[in-house]
Design a binder for this molecule. Structure first.
Ligand code: MEV
Length: 440
């Protein structure tokens, strides 16, 4: 049977499943049963999921966990996290508990500006283009009124539109660079609709502009799209306490710990190989909350990593210092998030996650996400600079191995008891299970 197919999207879901099962599986029935076993038993919920994307054949589960005890700006919160990696939720919860007795997390939204651009080619006199732009600038606002009306009622809208000359980068390349306030929505549809109207206005007005030559009138719009780079949509999260307060079981010498911690952050600030892994740890927290709340983690990832490189070298998103015997650890990240529209009103578990967060505004959600990132980073660095991460990590990994081997309760008990006092390694656990089973 050929692996290529014409008109796949037109097939019914049943036909799609049959095709995939018959094309790629020696036992199609097993594959079909597996796919269907992940369908939601409530047909309405399944239909909802079917329609999120195209060619849906099943659901792909990711666990939803919760990390309680986050003291943020004086109030306790529980943070929902959708993530498949073991240890992450435990680490977040541990960091939350640790900081809850040391002043908690302090957060602040610094700004909330979103960006969109119309990229176009203008072959002509740049000064004339500027005069033209200034003359018709108000038309961009007027002609998008039907799109911006509702957003304006909510206090948002288009903030500004600038003409940018980029001919030093590419011949005849210009932009309309627009900034937006999209309030509690992520705003992608709103921004893109405005931009497409700007592009239309730009082309139409150019045709009517007498000072342009025939070739100048013929503006070529290449594309109109929002930017996921939002360096003016920044949230800050911070923890701090007197060094002596850092003391606990794994931190017998808080001064030495704080100094080593700061050094670990400094390494991530100057060394890209480390910075990437350091920031990956931050993203463990960030992505998990972004996903649980129905936001676009690809957009967030792209924007954050661009921000991490804003000075020309990829660097740490978090920073730490000791000043007057006070340890301070903080991060600032760009986050374009929404708590209305999109998946937030459609996905039942997204709604539930938002409810756990007490139905936050987009600005409040930015703060929760930043806190999750900082907590994760703190937990990772605390382990790395004290016990090393494998200790805790492999204990969590043990569970995955036990599940993989479908260990019985009795086997689990014996294995956990043994590995309390032995280093956990994948092969070590597998050998132990196999030996146990040989004895049975
Ligand atoms: C693992 O998912 C994340 C860490 O590697 C982050 C770090 O190294 O800082 C532990």
């Amino acid at each position: 049977m050929s692996n290529a197919i014409a008109g796949f999207s037109k097939l019914s879901q049943e036909e799609k499943i049959n095709w995939i099962a018959n094309t790629y599986f020696s036992n199609p029935q097993v594959a079909i049963s597996l796919l269907k076993s992940y369908w939601n038993t409530d047909e309405k919920v399944q239909k909802l999921h079917d329609e999120f994307i195209e060619n849906t054949i099943s659901n792909f589960y990711i666990p939803l966990g919760i990390a309680p005890n986050f003291l943020i700006n004086g109030e306790y919160h529980t943070i929902p996290m959708a993530i498949e990696e073991s240890s992450v939720v435990a680490a977040a919860s541990k960091a939350a508990k640790f900081w809850s007795t040391r002043g908690g997390f302090k957060t602040m939204v610094i700004n909330t500006e979103k960006i969109g651009q119309v990229h176009f080619i203008f072959e002509g006199d740049a000064l004339k283009l500027e005069t033209f732009f200034n003359k018709i600038k108000s038309h961009f606002f007027i002609q998008t009124e039907s799109i911006t009306k509702n957003m304006q009622k909510r206090g948002g809208g288009i903030l500004d539109i600038e003409l940018k000359n980029k001919v030093n980068l590419l011949p005849n390349y210009f932009q309309l660079h627009a900034t937006f306030d999209t309030k509690d929505s992520m705003g992608a549809n709103f921004i893109n609709s405005c931009l497409e109207q700007f592009a239309k206005t730009l082309k139409e007005e150019a045709l009517l502009y007498d000072a342009f030559s025939e070739s100048e009138k013929d503006i070529e719009v290449v594309m109109s799209i929002l930017s996921n780079y939002v360096p003016n949509c920044i949230v800050r999260a911070e923890v701090s306490c007197p060094i002596d307060y850092l003391v606990e079981k794994h931190i017998p010498n808080p001064k030495a710990f704080a100094e080593r911690f700061v050094r670990a952050v400094q390494i991530a600030e100057v060394e890209p190989f480390r910075a990437v892994t350091h920031n990956k740890g931050i993203m463990n927290g960030v992505d998990a909350v972004v996903l649980a709340t129905g936001n676009d983690f690809r957009a967030v990832e792209a924007g954050i990593h661009a921000y991490a490189s804003r000075n020309g070298t990829y660097s740490s998103l978090s920073h730490a210092k000791i000043e007057n015997d006070i340890f301070t650890f903080w991060l600032e990240i760009p986050l374009a998030l929404g708590t209305v529209g999109g998946l937030t009103t459609l996905h039942p578990l997204v709604k539930l996650s938002l409810e756990i967060l007490q139905n936050p505004s987009a600005e409040e959600l930015m703060q929760f996400v930043a806190v999750a990132g900082l907590a994760q980073n703190f937990a990772a660095l605390r382990s790395l600079t004290t016990t090393g991460i494998q200790d805790g990590h492999m204990k969590m990994h043990l569970n995955n191995i036990l599940n993989q081997f479908e260990a019985t309760e009795e086997e689990r008990h014996l294995i956990r008891k043994h590995f309390k006092h032995h280093i956990v390694s994948h092969s070590g656990v597998v050998d132990f299970i196999e030996n146990l089973r040989k004895l049975e």
